[in-house]
Ligand binder design. Structure first.
Ligand SMILES: N[C@@H](CCC(=O)N[C@@H](CS)C(=O)NCC(=O)O)C(=O)O
Length: 204
């Protein structure tokens, strides 16, 4: 498998996912500063011209949530996504769309100070999004089925970024959740690879 990647981007979460899976993969740099995301060779993998993207033999898939869904189903034996017939599958799918469809737009609206309209916007608003996350995390250490899944990786990596950029305070229960995620060996391995890439590319 090839993971199309550039440091300090949303690609980090897919590197983390690959480390959780423990399957061999090749990191392919797409230099966003040189516009390589617009080159035909990369557009063949992701016509939208953004990282992360993944190729697996003849399969190409892009967008964090879609790649995570693909990987979870591609390696069912790793138990990083609930089985198709499992009751938790419904909530899992719901959470797999939430970071991109609700959390990110609500955070952008908040950071930019844009007017909200919780009835009209698909994401509600920042407070509604946070309430939903807090309630889910108060019910258990992980989002679905009592075990870590790619839904936690997707939500957690987005919250992690918001905390690092001071958009969100690491208060309970979100703060503890992020600590649990950051303690995972696969997360730490992904951080080490990212740090080495940043150093190698002088992006510090
Ligand atoms: N919804 C996408 C967003 C991907 C995205 O915006 N990637 C940025 C880097 S974080 C990018 O490739 N930007 C380059 C560009 O838009 O030209 C996902 O979650 O994968």
């Amino acid at each position: 498998m090839k993971l199309y990647y550039w440091p300090k981007t949303r690609s980090f979460r897919l590197m983390w996912a690959m480390e959780e899976l423990g399957e061999p993969y090749e990191l392919v740099r797409v230099d966003l500063s040189k516009g390589e995301q617009h080159e035909p060779a990369f557009r063949a993998v992701n016509p939208f011209g953004k990282v992360p993207a993944l190729s697996d033999g003849e399969v190409s898939v892009a967008d964090s949530g879609a790649i995570l869904l693909y990987l979870g189903d591609r390696f069912p034996e790793k138990a990083l996504s609930p089985a198709l017939s499992a009751p938790e599958r419904g909530r899992y799918l719901q959470w797999m769309f939430f970071p991109g469809a609700c959390l990110e737009p609500a955070a952008i609206e908040k950071v930019m100070g844009l007017p909200t309209n919780t009835m009209m916007r698909g994401w509600g608003d920042w407070e509604r999004v946070l309430r939903h996350i807090r309630e889910a995390l108060e019910a258990g250490p992980w989002l679905v089925g009592g075990a870590f899944t790619f839904a936690d990786l997707y939500l957690g990596s987005t919250l992690d970024t918001l905390i690092r950029f001071n958009v969100l305070a690491p208060e309970p229960p979100i703060g503890e959740y992020i600590e649990r995620l950051r303690a995972r060996p696969a997360y730490r391995r992904a951080c080490a690879i990212e740090d080495a890439e940043i150093k190698a590319l002088n992006l510090g």
